[in-house]
Design a protein around this ligand. Structure first.
Ligand code: HEM
Length: 404
């Protein structure tokens, strides 16, 4: 437990952190990677470049500082991050490395303002926060390894099937090399894929949502080819699309994540996706069709046009056999799309449309897509009076704020 004095010091440094938080975490990463380049095997280089990881970590540090005497209050956030950490293979021995470099960074950025008293208080506070993560993660490691078909760390999976779903999205069907059972998952969860790309100094780990229902002898992930080979995300997704063929073996960690469909609830659900954000939604849709075919589902998908619209036939087939109303939005339909009537609405998913077409009083809303899309959906649902407990979403990559 922290003493009262330490708690006061921590709380009084929150405004300073809010001013310098990002600068501190930027210095922190730079110094940490200089001293521990091996950690570049775990961290996503793309997130570092875009500064998103810095913002995510800075945000968590403020939250922790504000709630240092009541960490229970941020348990949902800890839980979400711990899922990601478990999926990446973060271990207790990594925490002191992060702690040490965080303190070095605070000292460097704050200069004389970082008195010994402040630094010591932060060292103590970091210890408390780290212990909270380590303990939640230990339970998650146990659960992942001990579940039926589960495992610890990374397990080899063979690409059994590779299917082009659109001009930009390709599915990979992954089967365990050992032929043994694979852990089940909740629709909406993701796996991590660890890649060694020839000519690269470090491994790349990426999370991909599972895009089919659980209960099969494979996991399916559907990956978007990102533009530009020069960006780390571009490099990884292009490598998967162009160089990973059927028969190739990939290292996969057990399913993780706290964004998933509640399959106990009988009330209607509205699944809304933009672009490749459809992958967890298709998993949810296929699961409902398997387990709760009587449940009322509205499946809303927004894409630019038919060329980039993935899993279209699969969604249509599922919709036909369950109580699913599938609605397709294109904001830039092609002439061919018009001729084939391959979309329902031209434009974006708007508040007015939602107000008119979906059950706002009873439904749970799940959504995933690019950040601006998610901001618009989140704002619309709130304006329409949908309560927070019925709003569920997932970001690609590090968490961001949905406030507009
Ligand atoms: C992801 C916080 C310790 C490695 C994250 C995220 C947050 C965070 C907020 C983003 C979650 C998301 O993507 O949704 C923290 C805090 C820590 C801590 C507050 C200490 C108390 C560690 C340690 C390591 C680590 C010890 C390993 C050295 C990572 C990695 C990611 C991540 C690799 C994925 C994002 C990326 O690759 O850029 N962490 N973390 N974290 N964390 Fe931590």
């Amino acid at each position: 437990m922290l003493n009262q004095k330490t708690i006061e010091i921590i709380k009084s440094t929150v405004p300073v952190l809010e001013v310098h938080g990002e600068q501190i975490t930027t210095v922190f990463y730079k110094t940490m990677f200089e001293n521990h380049p091996e950690l570049l095997n775990i961290f996503n280089h793309a997130n570092q470049k875009q500064g998103r990881q810095q913002r995510a970590l800075a945000g968590t540090v403020y939250a922790a500082a504000k709630y240092i005497d009541n960490l229970e209050a941020i348990l949902p956030v800890v839980n979400q991050i711990a899922h990601k950490h478990r999926s990446l293979g973060i271990q207790p021995e990594h925490y002191p490395i992060v702690g040490k470099h965080l303190l070095i960074a605070i000292k460097e950025v704050l200069g004389d303002a970082a008195t010994d008293e402040i630094i010591n208080a932060w060292a103590d506070a970091y210890g408390v926060i780290a212990d909270a993560f380590i303990s939640v993660e230990a339970d998650m490691y146990d659960a992942a390894a001990n579940q039926k078909g589960g495992w610890d760390g990374f397990r080899p999976f063979i690409v059994a099937n590779k299917v082009e779903e659109s001009e930009v999205i390709t599915s990979f069907y992954l089967k365990s090399v050992d032929g043994n059972e694979i852990a089940t998952f909740k629709p909406g969860q993701y796996i991590s894929v660890k890649l060694e790309i020839e000519g690269e100094d470090f491994t790349h780990i990426r999370q991909y949502s599972l895009s089919d229902a659980p209960g099969k002898d494979y996991y399916r992930i559907s990956i978007k080819k990102e533009a530009g080979m020069e960006t780390p995300d571009g490099k990884v997704s292009n490598y998967l699309h162009s160089s990973v063929e059927e028969g190739e073996v990939l290292s996969i960690s057990a399913p993780a994540g706290d964004f998933f469909l509640d399959t106990e609830k009988e009330t209607p659900v509205v699944l809304i996706s933009g672009g490749v954000g459809l992958t967890p939604m298709v998993s949810m849709l296929n699961t409902v069709a398997d387990l709760q075919p009587e449940k009322e589902v509205t499946f809303i998908h927004a894409a630019q046009n038919g060329k980039v619209h993935a899993l279209k036939d699969e969604v249509a087939a599922t919709a036909a056999k369950a109580k699913v109303n599938s609605v397709v939005f294109y904001d830039q339909p092609t002439e061919e799309d018009r001729q084939n009537n391959s979309f329902d609405v031209e434009g974006y998913v708007t508040k007015e449309w939602l107000k008119e077409k979906v059950n706002l009083e009873q439904s749970d809303f799940y959504f995933c897509g690019p950040v601006p899309f998610m901001k618009a959906i989140n704002a619309a649902l709130k304006d329409l009076g949908v309560t927070e407990d019925r709003i569920h979403f997932e970001f690609f990559g590090p968490m961001a704020s949905l406030e507009v």
